[in-house]
Design a protein around this ligand. Structure first.
Ligand code: OGA
Ligand code: MN
Length: 320
């Protein structure tokens, strides 16, 4: 078929497929040294095709994790989350602190409000779609994990395949209407923890505007850019907007499109492409009986759709 890239050939890395339509475990990468160009190019080809790639027991520390992530492009940082004066626990502002460990090294107390914020990560989402420039790749590394069998996996949803398999009349309608969705950090926080965020009105904060149906530039495949951050779809009544969002979100998160990846040991790293898959945390970090120290480097999208319909501003959203 025209436009479809042929399957890449991998000479330097080994691929184990994890699901019929997406997801791969990659071995054969030596993380003790900067990843050479020819190996890195195969990793890029793999993430383009598979959407999510797992690297087991990388041995990466914070500095090498950041350096590996920087090979993919310009990195985002946590400064919007610390602007209110909260200290950052990690050595580098380019590592997002997404586990459940407090500054003093203890697990979040039951009443810690960050538990409430983290609940939003349990909804299928993409990273930073609410910011003017969205995230492209995310690289999440386990530093400390709950005991085996106690939860804390990460789920992924194959949105490109989900889009392909929508009824063709609906796909045609979506393409023709070319809807724009407004993404809000506060909307997903509020959906996941309504009592905590009862007084927050997402309309009071900036939202990220992106086309709903898009072409994933790297693979050439059509996809939807959806996430729990979507507050509304422009041009529809609130009821119609909610109904369309629910229909598409429900479709894309059916079990046949979902891959659950377990974390096996500290040093495991999962790389995903926020513009072709959604993800969510499964228990663990917010149920919080066990320590789960997870660190994420986030690469600003470098594709032509990175800024969506947003002004190219540096104003990013964060939690206080
Ligand atoms: C993230 C995230 C999920 C998890 O790091 O962006 O959503 O399982 N993490 O910790
Ligand atoms: Mn996330």
């Amino acid at each position: 078929m025209p436009g479809l890239p042929t399957s890449p050939i991998f000479n330097h890395i080994t691929i184990k497929k994890l699901h019929p339509t997406f997801g791969a475990e990659i071995s054969g990468v030596d993380f003790a040294h900067p990843v050479p160009k020819e190996v890195f190019n195969e990793i890029l080809a793999a993430i383009t095709q598979f959407g999510v790639c797992v690297f087991r027991n990388t041995g990466l520390d914070d500095a090498r994790h950041v350096a590996f992530a920087a090979q993919f492009g310009e990195l985002d940082d946590v400064t919007p989350y610390t602007a209110g004066g909260r200290a950052h626990r990690l050595s580098d502002v380019r590592l997002f602190d997404v586990g459940n460990i407090e500054l003093d090294g203890t697990v979040f107390a039951l009443e810690n409000v960050r538990r409430e914020w983290n609940k939003g990560n349990g909804l299928f989402h993409v990273d930073s779609s609410f910011n003017p420039r969205r995230a492209g790749y995310s690289l999440l590394r386990a530093h400390e994990l709950p005991p085996a069998g106690m939860g804390g996996e990460t789920d992924f949803a194959d949105v490109r395949t989900a889009f392909d398999e929508l009824p063709s009349a609906l796909k045609d309608e979506l393409r023709e209407k070319d809807y724009i969705a407004a993404h809000s950090l506060w909307h997903s926080r509020k959906t996941a923890a309504p009592a905590t965020f009862a007084d927050v009105n997402p309309d009071d904060y900036p939202m990220g505007r992106h086309r709903l149906v898009q072409r994933h530039e790297a693979s050439g495949r059509e996809t939807m850019y959806i996430a729990a951050h979507i507050h509304h779809i422009e041009g529809l009544t609130p009821e119609k907007s909610q109904a369309l969002f629910d229909q598409l979100f429900h479709h894309a998160t059916q079990s046949r499109y979902v891959l659950r990846i377990g974390w096996e040991q500290p040093g495991d790293l999962i790389l995903w492409d926020n513009t072709s898959v959604m993800h969510r945390a499964v228990g663990g970090s917010f149920e919080g009986k066990f320590r789960r120290d997870m660190r994420r480097a986030t690469v600003h999208d470098g594709s032509g759709s990175a800024w969506g319909l947003n002004e190219r501003s540096q104003v990013r959203q964060g939690l206080p």
